[in-house]
Design a protein around this ligand. Sequence first.
Ligand SMILES: [Zn+2]
Ligand SMILES: [Zn+2]
Length: 247
Amino acid sequence: MLQEALNEYCCDFHIHSCLSPCADITMTPGVMGQRLKELGVDWIAIADHNSTMNVRAFKKHLEKEGIKVIPGIEVHSVDDVHVLGYFEDLNDAEGFSRWLYGKIPDLSVDQEVFGYQLFVDADDQLTGIEEKWLGQPVSLKTAEVVDSLKEAGALPVYAHVDRSMGLVYQLGNIDSDSYPIDIEVAFKGNYDKYEDCNLYNVWHSSDSHSPDMLGITMRILCETRSLEKLIEAVHSCDMERKKIIWA
Ligand SMILES: [Zn+2]
Ligand SMILES: [Zn+2]
């Protein structure tokens, strides 16, 4: 009976917008929306470096197109570890971003060299430029990033643990007081290390910085597109609920 109530969603929960300095300036709501529709992706998260302040525009545009958007962020800790945070509520995500802004060193860089940081509206119009460089670490240790995300009501997920700026790659191991923990695995070849669902809740996403990088990276079986139901599916040891699509 339960199976009948479940729907399959095509997902990608790590996508950068044109606000991230390393992302293409074409990562706007309109361009991204068109590409996601072509690919059949219907559930995503926008996760810019150290900011959630473009999510509102993407959510407004993409949800009109039938693509559900989870407000996300990718925080860069002072230990050079990237941690994703997924929020149920957009206002909570923006509140966290405003708080985090005070933890970003007051450093601006030449955006022609280091990449533009563009705020846009739901109609792809430029509304502003972020002057503080978002590509730098905030003044929080990795554990403090995780704790602050939890306090703000977000789910922390260690980003691409198996490559540069990932927990294992940077610090050599996973040292946690409580298991299972949420980790994003970048490469199929490393997945067998993290297959034990009692220890790891594995996510896999594209970490797209340009429209051509987008794709379906997980197929999720759940009742509705809410973060609560998503977490339930990803945390389930039932592999039918979460199919990883490796690139
Ligand atoms: Zn990253
Ligand atoms: Zn990223």
